[in-house]
Design a binder for this molecule. Sequence first.
Ligand code: HDD
Length: 733
Amino acid sequence: MATKKVTDKGVDATGDTKNLDKGVQPANLKTENLAPHTADATGELMTTNTGLKINDDQNSLKAGDRGPTLLEDFILREKITHFDHERIPERVVHARGSGAHGVFKVYESLAPVTKALFLNDTETETPVFVRFSTVAGSRGSTDLARDVRGFAVRFYTEEGNFDLVGNNMPVFFIQDAIKFPDLIHAVKPEPDNEIPQAASAHDTFWDFISLTPESAHMIMWVMSDRAIPRSYRMMEGFGVHTFRLVNAEGLSSFVKFHWKPLLGVHSVAWDEAQNISGKDPDFHRRDLWDAIDSGAFPEWELGVQIVPEEDEFKFEFDLLDPTKIIPEELVPVQRVGKMTLNRNPDNFFAETEQIAFHLGHVVPGIDFSNDPLLQGRLFSYTDTQLTRLGGPNFQEIPINRPIVPVHNNQRDGFMRQTINKGKTSYSPNAIGNNDPRQATAAEGGFVTYPERISASKVRARSKSFFDHFSQARLFLNSQSEPEKNHLTDALCFELGKVKTVAIRQRMLVFLAQIDKGLAAEVAYALGLHIPEKLDNELNQNIPADADPADYASLQVEGSLAKSDALSMVNTVKDSIQTRKVAILAADGVDENSLNTVKAAIEAAGGITEVIAPRLGFLTSANDEKIHVDESLLGAASVLFDAVYVPGGLNSVATLEADADAVHFLNEAFKHCKAIAAAEQAMQVIEATYFSKKIDNDEGVIISADAEKLATEFIDAIKQHRFWEREKPRKIPA
Ligand code: HDD
């Protein structure tokens, strides 16, 4: 195992200098902590696991060169045995994911509300590791599935690891952890034929949802475009539950955690998502990797909504109910710090796969609420690692180790790494001076918040959790017209894949309780009428002996009609950082027309790729060579944010006659993307079906002046999408 030294010149702890010219990623306490476990074979000889140098790794040991292989061949046996055991079980949920290292820094001390040191000290740069994921699909499934995205952040603090294991949606499907296995069994591929992969559009999922009214709010989020993000870098993150913060005086407040992406919140179109799944199933993984690799480090601000303890009952919903948000209009989100992801993992398995998040990894100053979903999660995460990572010593895996020393009396078990010295592994002890000893609160010992509880043991759901529909309605009413259309289409699509008509009908009753207009539109698409309310069938999520009336949903009219924070229309649109722009060209392209726009986009932080009928080099009108990044055969408009066609008579003539080039433009238009063309390239635009529709379209820019075109095009790309094109509703391609 060759390890390299950390230097003060910004060489990272592994000695890896590959990214240093793209933005320095200085060593931090976690990279130093990983360094002794990092191996680099550059320039080294090959050995067995016992360090024996290997002379022949190409041939097994045989009795004669045409004879049988000998059992004696320990080199063969070692290699094959290791290979045979390379796979571990994938995560039971969130199996598909991507991770990255980074840092977090708080802007101003949060000492008035929490004593957590990493949230108090504005000088401390806390190392983090983040893993994004989809929930339902297997490890090899597509990134663009309609799904919730996991957003799990580990802070390696000076007081131990703190994990904020959240999602890109602020609420959840269920209110009690005991329902989690049911939810996941329903959404995963159906057990008889294991179909469909990474999709909720099937009978068992909607069967469960139609009988689970508490899922109404989450269903609105999952059917919205939030479920098909443009990039992990362009998603919000949420801790979902209400947590507790505790300050040095022992005063507690409630808190909801948020992550706000500095690039804004953006999504793709559903038709586009389905295409991306075929063209590049690793779209989000690649996007994250490439951005970090190129030095365009993704950033989020940490947001907190703080509710003083005395305001616990001030809201018309229960703070402990994970199907509810605290609207930002009621409690503003304060942006308190920034997270920057600045280093790709060295090894996917060792880091991204083996990281074991757990909601129960907290530090002094952060504590739990009694949210029953949160409480159940506190059991599940450690438990699941025992199977996934093969035993109780998974905390010793390098990515899971804290940056502070670990001392306790836990011992042994499969694959124990630590060599604990001394005779005592119990406490109290006199033989070993009673070490390790417990820490006082003043020494940083974790003291659980002494919440006063006086209650009877009951298996029950609090009545304060029974308003299932008003925040679903709030979400729907807060969406822009295109967003509402997308949501409606998503429901029509998903329920259209459901085979059992009774499930569709139950869903219509369900939706009618959120919004009659929405239910009517979906009913029309499904060719059904909305049935009368199916009282007995709607809420089966109740105890066996209970009277269904006691469990009927409360119909509350929420006091808030609309919340702007819930619509992506109101997100940041001030940058084209890392947006990908396709430049369609062929031999004879006008160099100035191509290069002026290309340079302007790159200067604004965008990425360009020249796409031509074949790979290699183009010859411009001036006989200059221009490098081709992708051929029309390998490229696809769905992998880009915008497209530009430069001038040049021969280039334009070739593209006009090229079906792939015309399709590229048609599809970009269908997905409401910014399109620009030099005036000379107008005949390519005329070959598309949308040439007659561009007069009032702010997303299509045609100009003879390359500089003017570049400026207007960049402004258009900032808008992300021109959804208003979707009138009436659908665009052909
Ligand atoms: Fe969970 C993984 C997020 C409810 C049980 N969960 C997992 C991951 C994320 C979440 C992001 C992937 C972590 C990683 O990247 O390794 N889970 C959530 C959120 C929830 C939630 C935001 C609701 C607010 N989860 C939830 C419940 C249970 C679980 C109610 C069980 C009772 N979750 C698990 C798990 C997983 C997991 C089985 C699978 C792999 C793992 O933990 O490490 O324990």
